[in-house]
Ligand binder design. Structure first.
Ligand SMILES: [Zn+2]
Ligand SMILES: [Zn+2]
Length: 345
């Protein structure tokens, strides 16, 4: 089968590999129908994910059809259409029982698929702990509607959940990339008084304005004044930082009102500084990533009843055999790309 493979720093290759087989009674094999490319894949390509194992198949955003299951898999069966969770978790350890599945103590716990074990930019993928890693897609939800459930949408949902957003709040979301937009969609479910999105890219600003006309949009150079003018208590009540630069990290706490929640969803390339003397007395609560991806069933039901729709994010579609072209486009951000879908024919 075709499998897009991490060969070494700077180098991915479409290779012919054996179809995966069940290795454990809790595994499932899924025939991938659609997958996508995530910025984290690019981080692997650039060698900035030390845990990534050369030789593995990349890709951790996909949907498919269950091909076979191990004897102990209870929740899915061959033929089921499923989402695949980016995170592998046992469901039984201390962290899993508390819902902190990103810190599952299993050796493959956390982000393993497409990083430490073979992922889904391929024709088939083996999913460990299938009862936790797979969710059945409701009949009225298409593959394309479900494509982001296991990764960026799970991240947006988790970020909105831990940020304790209330109907009185002004919420500031920094960054309108794919994860920023998913965070926006999930923040909207909490029906806050206002949502402000900070974004520099002209197309992405326009995308937000046209799809979500009730959301306020500001460029980064004026964000502080804009937030002060459009909030009730001297800053945002909740800030979600989804951009991941030194400037946006600073922006996140500067634009927060005293006693605000600042949730850091972004992944940074380098350490950030918390200037505690400057922040003294502001009494902020910081919450940090990555995603505890255990809400996929709830997310699927929200898609099913029309409350979340990520299909406008899919701006381009390629066949898996053209994965190189898809990466080139996604990486260069050409042609106003937001997300690409890779189709297995
Ligand atoms: Zn991802
Ligand atoms: Zn666990």
């Amino acid at each position: 089968m075709l499998a897009y493979t991490y060969v070494g720093k700077g180098n991915f290759e479409l290779r012919d590999k054996d179809k995966p087989v069940l290795q454990d009674s809790r595994d499932a094999i899924v025939k991938v129908t659609l997958s996508s490319i995530c910025t984290s894949d690019l981080h692997i390509k650039h060698g900035s994910v030390p845990k990534a194992v050369p030789g593995i198949t990349v890709g951790h955003e996909m949907v498919g059809i269950v091909e076979s299951v191990g004897a102990d898999v209870k929740t899915v069966k061959p033929g089921d259409r499923v989402t695949v969770n980016v995170e592998t978790y046992c469901g039984e350890c201390f962290f899993c029982k508390k819902g902190f599945v990103n810190n599952c103590t299993d050796k493959n716990g956390g982000w393993a698929l497409g990083c430490r074990i073979d992922g889904g930019q391929a024709e088939y993928v083996r999913v460990p702990y299938a009862d936790q890693g797979l969710n059945k897609i409701p009949e009225n939800v298409s593959d394309i509607q479900a494509l982001f459930v296991g990764d960026i949408l799970a991240t947006g949902f988790w970020a909105a959940r831990i940020s304790d957003i209330t109907p009185e709040d002004t919420v500031l979301i920094i960054g309108a990339g794919p994860t920023g937009i998913c965070t926006l969609l999930c923040a909207k479910l909490k029906a806050p008084k206002r949502i402000i999105v900070c974004e520099s890219d002209a197309y992405r600003k326009e995308f937000i304005k046209s799809h979500y006309p009730d959301v306020l949009v500001t460029p980064p150079d004026n964000v502080f004044n804009f937030v002060m003018e459009n909030s009730d208590h001297g800053g945002a009540d909740v800030v979600l930082e989804v951009a991941g630069t030194k400037e946006t990290f600073r922006m996140a706490w500067e634009c927060a009102r005293p006693n605000a929640v600042v949730t850091i969803v972004a992944l940074y390339d380098e350490a950030q500084i918390l200037p505690l003397p400057d922040m003294y007395g502001k009494n902020l609560t910081f919450k940090t990533g990555g995603v505890d991806g255990c809400d996929c069933r709830e997310i699927l039901s929200l898609i099913s009843c029309g409350r979340i729709d990520t299909t406008p994010l899919v701006t381009h579609t390629f066949c898996l055999s053209d994965v190189e072209k898809a990466y080139e486009l996604f990486e260069s951000r050409r042609d106003n790309v937001i997300k690409v879908a890779l189709v297995n024919s």
